[in-house]
Design a protein around this ligand. Structure first.
Ligand SMILES: NC(=O)c1ccc[n+]([C@@H]2O[C@H](COP(=O)([O-])OP(=O)(O)OC[C@H]3O[C@@H](n4cnc5c(N)ncnc54)[C@H](OP(=O)(O)O)[C@@H]3O)[C@@H](O)[C@H]2O)c1
Length: 283
């Protein structure tokens, strides 16, 4: 591959097409637009950026986006009460709680309080169970985006060996479930995994969701593998993924860039989950 380089799996165009499709559906349905409410506790600067980009993304496709800002010293009970009020609000189809939360508020208590039919981050135990059982439900947006990207580039994963590094509830575990349902053979690796490099070198598809910039070098990769870089870290050189792109591109056949790979799809699939919830609420 030297001199030719890997296929760059861009998420930008696909995300754009998903957004236009949603915008036309909203415009042609008319009536009450889909509503997405984001709960944010405290004023973490990175979270503020993510929250306002979600708000703008909603507005651009005709969706009603709102942000409920709670003070950083709000109690867990106050956060849960805010979620319950949104559960009751008929103008709200999707609710998500921006992470990270302050240490005194349990993220799982908050996600368990969200009405499962409004749980657009797919973190409520009912939706987690539905995902693992292969049933219909609302599932986490980043893994949905990865599956959409693989589909877009016609990368079949049936029977292939997938290694996922990272076991978070929002990325690692749900992408493992989705890949499993798509008939891949999946291994979930994490910080206690021994001989990680050797394990990764057996992967036809490697998903890195760690948050350690440049960690994945060519030594982790099988020749011709597909590399999905979920990591986003802010460094003095700007946003960096988990994959050392320069090194990896000598070995892999396809790789997602950071930025412009998985990131744009995450927001597009969040909008898509909200529209899905809206359709069900209208029915
Ligand atoms: N592109 C997007 O839209 C998007 C969406 C969500 C997240 N992200 C990014 O993806 C990254 C991961 O986020 P997250 O929330 O999924 O994960 P997280 O909760 O931060 O967890 C990181 C995972 O990486 C594992 N890990 C840490 N160091 C490791 C090492 N040296 N070797 C192997 N595994 C290691 C941890 O293992 P343990 O479980 O053993 O601690 C953990 O499972 C972050 O950079 C985040 O910003 C991007």
């Amino acid at each position: 591959l030297d001199g030719i380089g890997p296929v760059i799996l861009s998420g930008v165009e696909l995300a754009g097409r998903i957004r236009s499709r949603l915008a036309s559906e909203i415009a042609s349905t008319g009536g009450r637009p889909p509503g997405l409410a984001v709960v944010m506790v405290g004023d973490d600067p990175a979270s503020s950026v993510y929250v306002s980009s979600k708000e703008k993304a909603c507005a651009r496709i005709g969706m009603a986006g709102s942000v409920l800002r709670l003070r950083g010293d709000s109690t867990q009970e106050e956060a849960l009460a805010a979620v319950r009020a949104l559960n009751e609000d008929p103008a709200v189809d999707g609710i998500l709680c921006q992470l990270p939360l302050p240490a005194h508020i349990s993220p799982s208590a908050v996600s368990s309080a969200i009405d499962p039919s409004k749980d657009v981050d797919g973190l409520h135990p009912e939706n987690v169970g539905r995902l693992w059982r292969g049933e219909e439900g609302l599932f986490p947006c980043t893994p949905l985006g990865i599956m959409a990207l693989l589909g877009e580039y016609r990368i079949g994963i049936e029977g292939v060996r997938v290694v996922v590094i990272g076991r978070s509830d929002i990325v690692g575990k749900p992408i493992a479930a989705m890949m499993l349902h798509a008939n891949a053979t999946v291994t979930l690796a994490h910080s206690h995994t021994r001989e990680l490099q050797n394990l990764c070198r057996e992967a036809d598809v490697l998903v890195a969701a760690v948050g350690r910039p440049g960690m994945i070098t060519r030594e982790f990769l099988k020749q011709g593998s597909v590399v999905i870089d979920v990591g986003i870290s802010r460094t003095s050189d700007g946003l960096r993924g988990d994959v050392d792109f320069g090194s990896a591109s000598h070995v892999c056949s396809a790789v997602t860039p950071v930025p412009g790979g998985v990131g744009p799809l995450t927001i597009a699939l969040l909008l898509s989950n909200t529209v899905k919830a809206w359709r069900k609420h209208l029915a």
